[in-house]
Write a protein that binds this ligand. Structure first.
Ligand SMILES: [Zn+2]
Length: 400
């Protein structure tokens, strides 16, 4: 168990990731060990008079201040994520959960909006909450009497950090908030996939820049965030481009129909199965018994038996009986996501409960490459794929 639930708000479960438990003490330490210096910086910047000396005695006081400030900071992160979530829910996108982890918070959207106005509103809502918190703490900072230096410090710290959090998140480094804002703005005049591609490229550029600055300053956190941004930008760009390419393509279009599929029987030996895989250069066979589908035997299944024992084992001993199926009418992207989620390379295609075919990851990847090379990437519009490129952004509605 990597995550545990600590509560909920607006019906959204709020979870802590185990990695967060490493970050919290680190922040307590960073804040606690610097209270004196930070207080002096606040005094200089804001013209206030926090008694910096009073923050360090008794000796445990800095750690109490550090703990309260760190918990307050992460509560601010949760509120930031709730800002995104509440707006997303208003548009009808369910939120799985809000999770605090090593790099802050994530609000898990089950699906991403493709309407630029909705994306803009959802992306900007988090930073708006953070700025509002910063302003509120800033106001409170001016009201706290100087006889309470510890309270003054915590309130001032939270004012500065919430504004900093908003500013950092607004860097146009997709998939951070600023990158989503950028994509939404680009999406006003461009197809969604094109806007994503540009925003992702800008995000990757920023990630490289952050990584470089991180390396020069030996700042491990910055290097890690840069890596996270780079991978996130690449993944989202690839998925979006695929989704646009697969527009209107269903599983039925790409599957191998049942009639053309080579099957094996449960009584086939594993040695014969491997021999067939080698001859037919095929790594997965549906297993049928008297015309009925009973399982799926893949190369991986076959390899679970040691070579010397492959004559003694039958397909029915190693085959997967827990079959992952998909509807023939489902779109190709859904099939791709399904394979990712289930960690499988092939799906059995069903139509009204009947087995009608098989679709593999390589079927999808090959189809994607063909669509892409037929003009999608260059935006000139390939055969049958023009719609995905030429649709006006206004037409991108969420239809599921
Ligand atoms: Zn955010």
């Amino acid at each position: 168990m990597r995550q545990f639930r600590i509560g909920s708000a607006f019906g959204i479960p709020i979870k802590l990731d185990l990695t967060f438990l490493l970050v919290l003490p680190l922040f307590v330490w960073i804040i606690g060990s610097q209270v004196g210096t930070l207080a002096e910086q606040f005094n200089q910047a804001l013209g206030t008079g926090i008694a910096a000396g009073a923050l360090t005695s008794p000796a445990y006081l800095p750690w109490v201040i550090g703990t309260v400030a760190a918990v307050g900071l992460f509560a601010g992160v949760v509120l930031h994520e709730l800002g995104h979530s509440v707006v997303a829910m208003r548009y009808g996108f369910p939120i799985d959960s809000i999770t605090l982890w090593i790099f802050g918070g994530i609000a898990q959207l089950t699906e991403m909006p493709e309407d630029w106005r909705q994306e803009l509103a959802i992306a900007i809502a988090g930073p708006i909450v953070s700025v509002a918190l910063g302003v509120a703490f800033g106001g409170a900072y001016l009201l706290v009497p100087e006889s309470l230096p510890a309270v003054q410090f915590v309130v001032g710290y939270l004012a500065v950090m919430n504004v900093a959090l908003a500013a950092f998140n607004l860097l146009p480094a997709f998939p951070m908030d600023g990158g989503r804002v950028l994509r939404a703005l680009l999406g006003r005049t461009r197809p969604f996939a094109r806007a994503t591609k540009i925003a992702a490229d800008v995000g990757k550029g920023f990630a490289l820049l952050m990584g470089l600055v991180g390396l020069l300053n030996v700042n491990i956190v910055l290097i890690a965030i840069a890596f996270f941004v780079y991978v996130g930008a690449s993944n989202e760009a690839q998925q979006t481009v695929m989704k646009a390419a697969f527009e209107g393509v269903t599983v039925r279009d790409l599957m191998t129909p049942a009639g053309e599929i080579r099957t094996v029987t449960p009584e086939t030996t594993v040695a014969d199965l491997i021999d067939r895989m080698f001859r037919e250069r095929h790594t997965g066979y549906p297993v049928t018994k008297g015309g009925e589908l009973v399982g799926l035997a893949t190369l991986e299944d076959a390899q679970s038996v040691r070579p010397v024992e492959r004559d003694a084992f039958l397909v029915e001993d190693v085959m997967t009986v827990d079959l992952v199926t998909i509807d023939a009418g489902a779109d190709a992207m859904t099939a791709f996501m399904r394979m990712q989620e289930e960690g499988v390379g092939r799906l059995l295609v069903a139509d009204g409960g009947e087995f009608v075919g098989l679709v593999t990851r390589s079927d999808l990847m090959t189809a994607f490459k063909v669509i892409e090379s037929s003009g999608f990437a260059s935006e000139s519009g390939g055969p049958g794929k023009r719609r995905a490129v030429e649709r006006a952004p206004e037409e991108f509605r969420f239809e599921r």
